[in-house]
Design a protein around this ligand. Sequence first.
Ligand SMILES: Cc1ncc(COP(=O)(O)O)c(C=O)c1O
Length: 288
Amino acid sequence: MEKVIFDGQLINRSEASVDIEDRGYQFGDGVYEVIRVYNGKMFTSKEHLQRLFESGKKIGMDIPYGLDEIKAMLEDLIQANNLTLGTVYLQVTRGVAPRNHMFPSSDVKPMFVAYTREVARPEENMMNGVKTISVEDIRWLLCDIKSLNLLGNLLAKQKAADAGCFEAIQHRNGTVTEGSLSNVSIVVDGVVKTHPANHLILNGISRQVMLKTCEKAGIPFAEKPYTLDELKNADEVFLTGTTVEVMPIIEVDGQRIGNGKPGEITKKLQELFKAEIEEQCGQLFIQQ
Ligand SMILES: Cc1ncc(COP(=O)(O)O)c(C=O)c1O
């Protein structure tokens, strides 16, 4: 029987039911995280949970549990569902209250839910690279908050899917921001360049892991904005994200990147990323 965490309790999924006046359901008034699980262990859980608390703080919502308490709940959930390779999704909404734009009184307790899902590593895409399109970034200006309001991201991702592409690369007036569910980096003359972590992007945990591996391996990098033109003429382009890890991009808007194959630095970063996973979660094996 699949278990979930509902209002902080580990229960059967069939017993969990969301109130129609949950503010997450009505307004998207809440925050979330997706954490990767390899070999039954969470990867970078502390960083994800710290970001969850930061997101909560930025929307003026107090999460009614401590970081270690949430981590322990998620570990119990992973164990109860026998999850070895997948993700754990968690969200906290501002709770259940009569519909009103103003925040409810402080006695309304935020609602914490979580569930797990089996997800393989995207090995084929990681090996061959993926095609992308560019789209205008039409989202709001607090993209650093991992908020439940994802309509802008959904519209972008759907445009990519309709074009037969894996991801949409968003830009504001020609400056590349990020993907719909990933961060985007380029490599030019051996230097990795990625948008600075400000209000225009989500500061991806995978982005941070990737930058840390650059530092450790002596690969030069810069957290600087770059244009759509630079992206299309870069030697290499890649995505980072919890489910995509480090994923090469071989095409943008039908234009080939480099020689149309995953680049050497991207491949090196994939190896370094895998080493970080293995350090925390144990050895990874190729899936059948
Ligand atoms: C808009 C956006 N940017 C970047 C990312 C990558 O973040 P992370 O590496 O923490 O998964 C995500 C992940 O869901 C995302 O939704």
